[in-house]
Design a protein around this ligand. Structure first.
Ligand code: ZN
Length: 232
């Protein structure tokens, strides 16, 4: 197997009939190719220090902060963090410290968050299902309360359901869902109106804090969708 350095396959060939006067061998180093799928060029591997996307897809120009009161806690399946379409990364860029990401799958992975929540009264879970109430019902009854802490699960629908089953502590939280909202997200699912995590948070904030200007979230989401649709 030829060696690989920074995703570049390097072929080395020794020509014994031509000797280097110093090292006594001839070594030809040939940069073989930059395939677009399994390995990438050194340039595409360099990441922006601010948005952490590859320099070729830097999103800094499309990112504008959103200052909300609601604290968002995302329970993120480990595989979701690596997905190119993951939208929580975009949320984090805009919401900064108002959004925290908790990687994990089972209850032990979220012990710190559980301890932190304790008996906090103003915590709600955004996860659709038969026992979920419309989020609009919460906003109508809690206008004067302290800032809400909103939890959501970031995973495929199948993995999110598994996380729901593995985390009975979530079942004790008031559960809400968004109703009647179409998605602009290009995702492999057969579930009608399946929303990306960014869209969930965006629509939840619109209900919880109607005075907020949220176009920044739409803007960065559209910029990332455009990158994903671009050829190559
Ligand atoms: Zn950047």
């Amino acid at each position: 197997m030829p060696p690989k350095i920074e995703g570049v396959t390097i072929h080395m060939r020794m020509h014994l009939d031509k000797f280097c006067p110093q090292c006594q061998i001839n070594v030809f180093i040939l940069i073989h190719h930059y395939p677009s799928t399994n390995s990438r060029s050194p340039m595409s591997r360099r990441h922006c220090p601010t948005c952490a996307y590859p320099l070729t897809n830097c999103l800094c120009a499309a990112v504008h902060p959103v200052v909300c009161r609601t604290q968002i806690d995302v329970l993120q399946h480990p595989r979701e963090a690596k997905a190119a379409k993951n939208s929580v990364r975009l949320l984090k860029l805009c919401l900064k410290q108002q959004l925290r990401i908790w990687p994990g799958e089972n209850a032990d992975d979220f012990k710190t968050l559980q301890n932190e929540l304790g008996s906090a009264a103003n915590t709600a879970l955004l996860y659709p299902g038969d026992s979920a109430a419309p989020l609009s019902a919460l906003t109508h009854s809690s206008q004067q309360q302290a800032p809400l802490r909103l939890l959501l699960i970031d995973a495929t629908w199948r993995k999110a359901y598994k996380m729901w089953q593995l985390n009975p502590w979530l079942h004790t939280l008031p559960r809400y869902e968004l109703c009647g909202i179409d998605s602009n997200y290009e995702r492999k699912t057969s579930i009608a109106n399946a929303l990306s995590s960014l869209e969930c948070v965006r629509h939840a904030l619109a209900l919880l804090e109607p005075e907020l200007e949220l176009s920044a979230l739409d803007h960065v989401f559209a910029a990332r969708q455009q990158q994903l649709r671009a050829p190559g």
